[in-house]
Design a protein. Structure first.
Length: 216
């Protein structure tokens, strides 16, 4: 049986309609997507990116968007302690499922950049974008380029990354699938064992859910 725990806090990130998403691609942040046919396709990474022991007794799945301010707040305020306590100790496998909620332009450009950086740098880029989300929204592509360069990408590689139509289509398809199949209506949403936790979760709330999953 699935237990639903809903937070009644501030509004969470919501999914933009596809028309709004397409319009967002014309913004200065990823204007480089125009003329995408000139780019070479990039080698795909797994649909779900993960951290920790794949044989950990509990898996915690987070549906998150790099354009969601609530996801960014959780990533800054809770994730470091969560990772240190559960992921780094082998107690939990953490899985990130990419969504395009909130500012879909930032989310799309961010996830595409993280994937271009490669599996070893993926979470480095994700963490940096969450940490600098406001600066990216204000400063645009220049701020995201700095993060890409910090992960070892050149400016040309970064530009090519944002011009990959296949990667963009795949990202849109993944997030659409999570909405229809997994019934995700906002971010962050967590699945801990059989429990579904919606909204910002404290470390204590996650600890309770993880403990319940261990004894299920």
């Amino acid at each position: 049986m699935t237990v639903t725990i809903t937070q009644g806090a501030a509004p969470r990130g919501r999914l933009s309609k596809r028309t709004a998403f397409a319009a967002g691609l014309a913004s200065p942040l990823i204007a480089a997507l125009a003329g995408a046919a000139a780019a070479l396709p990039l080698a795909p990474l797994p649909a779900e990116m993960s951290l920790g022991n794949p044989r950990a007794p509990v898996t915690v799945v987070e549906y998150a968007s790099l354009g969601c301010p609530h996801c960014a707040a959780w990533a800054r305020d809770v994730f470091p302690a969560f990772k240190k306590t559960y992921v780094d100790t082998g107690k939990v496998r953490y899985v990130l499922k990419e969504m395009l909620f909130g500012d879909s332009t930032v989310a799309a450009a961010g996830f595409m950049t993280a994937r271009c950086a490669g599996p070893g740098k993926y979470f480095q880029v994700v963490d940096a974008i969450f940490d600098q989300q406001t600066q990216i929204e204000e400063g645009g592509v220049k701020e995201m380029l700095k993060i890409a360069q910090g992960a070892g990408l050149t400016e040309d590689q970064f530009t090519a990354c944002l011009k990959d139509p296949a990667a963009l289509d795949a990202l849109q398809a993944r997030t659409d699938g999570y909405v229809t199949k997994d019934k995700i209506t906002g971010t962050p949403t967590f699945i801990v064992g059989t429990q579904r936790l919606e909204g910002d979760q404290t470390l204590a709330q996650l600890a309770t859910a993880i403990d319940a999953a261990q004894h299920h």
